[in-house]
Write a protein that binds this ligand. Sequence first.
Ligand SMILES: Nc1ncnc2c1ncn2[C@@H]1O[C@H](COP(=O)(O)OP(=O)(O)OP(=O)(O)O)[C@@H](O)[C@H]1O
Length: 248
Amino acid sequence: MALLEIDAVTKRFGGLLANHEVTFQVDRGEIVGLIGPNGAGKTTLFNCISGFFPPTSGTVRFDGTDVTGWPAERLVHRGMVRTFQVVRTFPDLTVRENVMIGAFARTNSASAARKIADEVLEFTGLAPRADVLGANLPIAQKKRVELARALATGPQLLMLDEVMAGLTPAERVQAIELIRAIRERGITVLLVEHVMEVVMPISDRVVVLDSGKKIAEGPPQEIAENPEVIAAYLGEKYRPRQEEAGEG
Ligand SMILES: Nc1ncnc2c1ncn2[C@@H]1O[C@H](COP(=O)(O)OP(=O)(O)OP(=O)(O)O)[C@@H](O)[C@H]1O
């Protein structure tokens, strides 16, 4: 059964159609990659799904419930959480405290939140950094803290927005391993990535957006050979990939 159902979601900014009747589903236990060239509407769609702003029209169903327009906090309590493209690590808090913020979505008790955070820190390999301040972390670890904070909320669906951007190839391999381990815990993953090569090895299925519309959907191999997808990305080849230079 589908955990997430996106039905004809449209988002308009004035005269600009950032998402145009986008429809797809994410089944329980899947890793689905959402890709597309610059400005395709990936982040906008993430924002519409995760309660950052409501879609102009269309429906978002999560775990059988119509959650269209629900605010992010309510969605987190329901089991849907997302990370942001630009990292939001709290610089004056330690890694553990950053992750405890996520845990407070499911408990009011500081000791219970700490217990949850410590378990997540262990799982994500951040335990040795637990007492380091957010400000003092390199980008790859900041991204991992973001992911850990999201995991601490106890999600059914984890939505990752460009978690690989700014990582070295070796760090990407580690991030891919972590995402696979997350799925093995029974958590469904929807990830946005600009770089196609990054999405292909981890995704069970890939959804491609271009100019706000879904242009393809299928297994990674099929998508990589799809002429419409290749054409959508072709114009990109000669552009510098600024978003890979490291954010946050
Ligand atoms: N808040 C906003 N107000 C007006 N226009 C917006 C807003 N957010 C996004 N857009 C526009 O919507 C379109 C889709 O942008 P979006 O950021 O969703 O694309 P994207 O696929 O995530 O791109 P990228 O890979 O560069 O992050 C772009 O033309 C963008 O300028």
